[in-house]
Design a protein around this ligand. Structure first.
Ligand code: UT7
Length: 331
């Protein structure tokens, strides 16, 4: 019997309607379109405006998009993972609510948080459940409402982040398509450089904290940037070497969309031409857990069965890594 590998067999996505352009940001903080475009590659991002709608709203829409495109019965879904850094609530699982709302009533579900690497790590977890033979499908959703933790008075963060969600279905494959290899790493010494300090279990939310914006995400951009450039490329190159792949063997780089300069630097170190680099940061900014599935959704029509995809991500914590996956279908 051939080995069971875990393949992505469907994708879906959702983006909220409201478009926050660089021009609008110019009216909110001391910045300008030229600076944002040249330093990040971002032109606009989507924001979920409505009060009371959290990350699950985005996740549910993305999952429903996948379910209708693939025409599956939600009752057949066995596991729902929501990769997110912005769960709806502190205690109640966002994934449980999402599973309930999409009608996945026979599934178990849980949230996963590894900041901007949540979806990448989620791919590893989802694939492991399939490869072990314990489950026949896993719905992995990457969703974040970053606007809920962004300070729109801080020009170092508010220009980067956006809201969105993407979903993929993992199923068994006997043609050796799907996830081939992974290289995942963490380094907790990076915690001071990207965090939302208050409102977790270490530091309580007080009126003073709320007043000063201490509950919002903070980053020391330059330090994060340097670590992201080095580690994303390092992980991707390790994956290439370990699997004896040259740049000619790679069909697509699917890299976390945090900053176009980080993606370009990774692609350069891998010696990849631009046409092999998936890019949509211009339209959505950094949607944290949603960047990778949103890329798959935007590029789905270009992907061919057997294509070699190299995923790479870096995020707060620090957490980072790379995954090598063979695409499993023609759309
Ligand atoms: O998702 C994973 C985690 N996040 C990331 O991977 C993000 C990594 N970091 C970055 O993408 C970049 O560091 C930023 C986009 C956040 C900042 O770009 P940078 O090229 O690293 O800028 P910088 O922080 O070194 O600042 C350069 C200058 C400074 O002015 P001076 O000191 O040279 O006079 C800043 O005050 O640009 C200024 N600046 C801005 N100017 C206009 C910083 N933010 C802005 C802004 N508009 N929004």
């Amino acid at each position: 019997m051939s080995k069971i590998s875990a393949a992505i067999t469907a994708v879906g996505a959702y983006l909220p309607e409201y478009v926050l352009t660089n021009q609008i940001l110019e009216t909110m903080v001391d910045t300008n379109d030229e600076w944002i475009t040249s330093r990040t590659g971002i032109k606009e991002r989507r924001i979920l405006k409505d009060e009371g709608k959290g990350t699950s709203f985005l996740a549910i829409k993305a999952a429903k998009d996948l379910i209708s495109k693939r025409n599956i019965d939600p009752k057949d879904i066995e596991l729902v993972i929501v990769a997110t850094a912005t769960p709806d609530m502190k205690a109640a699982s966002t994934a449980a609510y999402t599973a309930f709302e999409i009608g996945a009533t026979n599934a178990f579900s849980f949230d996963m948080d590894a900041a901007c690497s949540s979806f990448l790590y989620g791919m590893s977890v989802a694939a492991s459940y399939i490869e072990s033979g314990r489950y026949k499908n896993v719905l992995l959703i990457g969703a974040d409402k970053m606007s809920s933790i962004v300070n729109y008075k801080d020009r170092a963060t508010c220009i980067i982040f956006g809201d969105g969600a993407g979903a993929v279905l993992f199923e068994p494959n006997e043609e050796n398509l799907g996830l081939q290899d992974e290289y995942l790493r963490s380094d907790g010494s990076g915690r001071p450089f990207l965090q939302a300090t208050y409102g977790g279990s270490s530091y309580a939310l007080t009126p003073e904290v709320l007043e000063s914006g201490g509950h919002y995400a903070f980053q020391e951009g330059r330090t994060v940037f340097k670590n992201a450039v080095f580690n994303m490329a390092d992980a991707a190159i390790k994956i290439l070497e370990r699997n004896k792949l040259t740049n000619n063997d790679v069909d697509w780089l699917v890299a976390h969309q945090a900053n176009k300069r980080i993606i370009d630097a990774t692609a350069n170190k891998m010696e990849l031409e631009d046409s092999k680099v998936m890019m949509n940061i211009e339209k959505y900014g950094n949607t944290t857990s949603a960047t990778l599935p949103l890329l798959l959704n935007d590029y789905e029509a270009n992907l061919k069965k057997g294509d070699n995809l190299i995923f790479a991500a870096f995020g707060g914590g620090f957490n980072w890594g790379s995954i090598y996956l063979k695409w499993a279908y023609n759309s």
